[in-house]
Design a protein around this ligand. Structure first.
Ligand SMILES: [Fe+2]
Length: 196
């Protein structure tokens, strides 16, 4: 279940309806899909897409997405840091960034046109949509572990368009989910493929 933090106001929302109410004015969807018992940790991408086909098909119809794939990132992925660093800077995309978290966790920071920056920590079972053109950045949690379904129209739409702002450096990607690691652990970084 996601957590939504508004650092500048010192507020944390954990109730799904409160989270949805906060996200809705920004055109961001937040849903929770059941995950218990649907796939195991060793499931292939095809098995995951088959298991979640009902929800994925509904999302395709809702958002006009053409296809879906699965990304799988762990801390031992070669070259991870270089890729991660591309997406923890404020950016937008030409198309929606839609992610359903099958395993692990991460943090999206959203910089809305109006109102304070907020962070959404997503965990297994969480679906989020960051609309095209929305300023945001993404970090993994400190354990650097995530597996997610991505939906898209064209992969070219995921290319990050950087705002040039360094606002992200002022917001630590704090994670408080089941894999929470205390302060002092290395700063998590962005997952390019997930965030792209
Ligand atoms: Fe992104």
């Amino acid at each position: 279940m996601a957590l939504l933090r508004i650092p500048d106001e010192g507020r944390v929302l954990s109730d799904p309806e409160a989270i949805r109410s906060h996200l809705s004015p920004h055109g961001i969807w937040y849903e929770q899909w059941p995950v218990a018992g649907r796939v195991d940790r060793q499931a292939t991408a095809e098995q995951i897409l088959t298991a979640y086909a009902p929800e994925v098909d509904q999302l395709k119809a809702r958002g006009g997405y053409i296809t879906a794939d699965v990304i799988d990132v762990t801390a031992d992925v070669p070259g991870l840091q270089a890729m991660l660093d591309k997406f923890n800077k404020e950016h937008t995309h030409a198309e929606d960034e839609v992610r359903f978290i099958v395993r692990g966790s991460g943090v999206f920071h959203i910089h809305p046109n109006q109102g304070p920056i907020f962070a959404i920590e997503v965990m297994a079972g969480d679906l989020i949509n960051v609309p095209a053109g929305t300023l945001h950045w993404f970090d993994l949690c400190a354990d650097r572990d995530i597996r997610a379904i991505r939906l898209f129209r064209e992969k070219a739409g995921w290319t990050p368009v950087y705002s040039g702002s360094d606002v992200a450096v002022g917001y630590q990607p704090l994670c408080f989910g089941p894999n929470y690691l205390p302060a002092g652990t290395p700063r998590a970084a962005t997952l390019p493929e997930l965030s792209a």
